[in-house]
Design a protein around this ligand. Structure first.
Ligand code: FES
Length: 150
């Protein structure tokens, strides 16, 4: 099962890096945050529009590696339409999955989030995969304007 996830992960990273979804500035964002990975210098700017506690829109800009770009792109698709609490839960689940704390081998119930479990095959790239998610978490907490993976 994990081999399938890893192969799917490689395909999805390739696709989302070549054609990132929601890669745009959002003029009417209610929150905006810069995410930074000091190990490599990659940066993303994340835009979030929250309306009545629901993530109505998410977009991003910036220059990052294939994994960080693809992870940000997938994240924008995964969290849209969820409440802030649900999104926080998705962040926690995502974090456990990519760090291997969640050791499940059946990924059926995870939907698109399952693909990101493939990063487990590349432990050195976990920070790349989490950059956008940490940025989103900080944006929702409104506790910073810049967030770093270190
Ligand atoms: Fe910089 Fe991946 S190498 S975020």
């Amino acid at each position: 099962m994990f081999d399938e996830i890893r192969d799917l992960y490689q395909e999805v990273v390739f696709d989302h890096n070549r054609n990132p979804r929601n890669f745009r500035v959002m003029d009417d964002a209610t929150r905006k945050i810069d995410g930074f990975n000091p190990l490599c210098g990659d940066r993303i700017t994340l835009y979030v529009k929250v309306n009545d506690n629901v993530i109505e829109d998410v977009s991003f800009q910036g220059s990052g590696c294939a994994i960080s770009t693809a992870s940000a792109s997938l994240m924008t698709e995964i969290v849209r339409g969820h409440t802030e609490e649900e999104t926080h839960g998705l962040f926690e689940l995502f974090h456990k999955i990519v760090t291997g704390e969640d050791t499940r081998t059946n990924f059926d119930e995870l939907g698109k989030l399952a693909v990101l479990a493939g990063v487990r095959a590349y432990p050195a790239r976990v920070k790349c995969a989490t950059l956008a998610w940490h940025s989103l978490e900080a944006a929702l907490k409104e506790d910073a304007e810049t967030v770093s993976t270190e």
